[in-house]
Design a protein around this ligand. Structure first.
Ligand SMILES: Nc1ncnc2c1ncn2[C@@H]1O[C@H](COP(=O)(O)OP(=O)(O)O)[C@@H](O)[C@H]1O
Ligand SMILES: [Mg+2]
Length: 221
């Protein structure tokens, strides 16, 4: 489903050269979930961006659904992201000028999926979005925007879900409910999940836990 082979990535700031990823190998099968742990600044977000084809690695190969991203043009990549991938960004990246419901349904509509079904209803209910569906996303609090970002990433039932600290600012009960929603997609639809978290309780939901440290990935337990 997702395969990373020998991924290297550096950032160059003036004279300093920061080697963030130093040979990352990772395979996530269909229906498998992986939590990515590691201190702030260790490159977790960079790894997710590369795995989702949103950033280029310096070297190495990324395969999504069996296809190397490097062989795909912009249009094919956009289509892959729209249909198959879901991404909860650390900065949420909601679409301005659209209300909560339109943000949530954005990818579903592009994919010509119905605007309402049991899954959409469940997301609205668990994420407590009902009272704010018509509100512009610009007026939301941080926690509200985060819940909308999660709904948007899950609504079209992606086959590969990337979530970057998705429950970072939310209280424990809601965080566990959100983990349960994501795991429902994993076990029910065979979605693969790559989750960045620093919270061990959230990482306990996934099948595997990996630590990103000094540019290398290490399986925990
Ligand atoms: N576009 C960029 N330009 C320069 N440095 C970057 C860039 N993106 C990330 N970095 C640096 O790479 C390191 C890893 O960042 P990041 O992937 O965001 O870590 P994490 O998500 O684990 O906190 C940090 O030191 C960060 O400052
Ligand atoms: Mg990060």
């Amino acid at each position: 489903m997702l395969e990373l082979r020998s991924i290297f990535k550096s950032f160059h700031d003036g004279e300093s050269d920061l080697q963030v990823l130093r040979g990352i190998d990772l395979s996530v099968a269909a229906g498998q979930s992986v939590a990515l742990l590691g201190a702030s600044g260790n490159g977790k977000s960079t790894l997710l961006q590369i795995a989702a084809g949103l950033e280029d690695a310096d070297s190495g190969e990324v395969r999504v659904l069996g296809r190397p991203l490097a062989t795909m043009d912009e249009r094919q990549l956009a289509m892959l992201r729209r249909r198959r991938l879901g991404f909860v960004f650390q900065q949420f990246n909601l679409l301005p000028g659209l209300n909560v419901l339109d943000n949530m349904l954005f990818q579903r509509r592009l994919n010509r999926m119905p605007g309402q079904d049991e899954w959409v209803d469940e997301l609205i209910q668990v994420l407590e979005l009902g009272p704010m569906l018509k509100r512009p996303v610009e007026v939301l609090s941080g926690g509200q925007a985060q819940r909308v970002a999660i709904a948007r990433a899950l609504a079209h039932k992606p086959q590969l879900l990337f979530a970057d600290e998705p429950t970072g600012n939310l209280h424990d009960t809601l965080s566990r409910q959100i983990m349960a929603l994501m795991m429902k997609l994993v076990t029910g639809s065979g979605c693969s999940l790559l989750l960045v978290t620093h919270n061990r309780a959230m990482a306990a939901f996934t099948a595997r836990r990996m630590l990103l440290e000094a540019g290398h990935l290490q399986e925990l337990e």
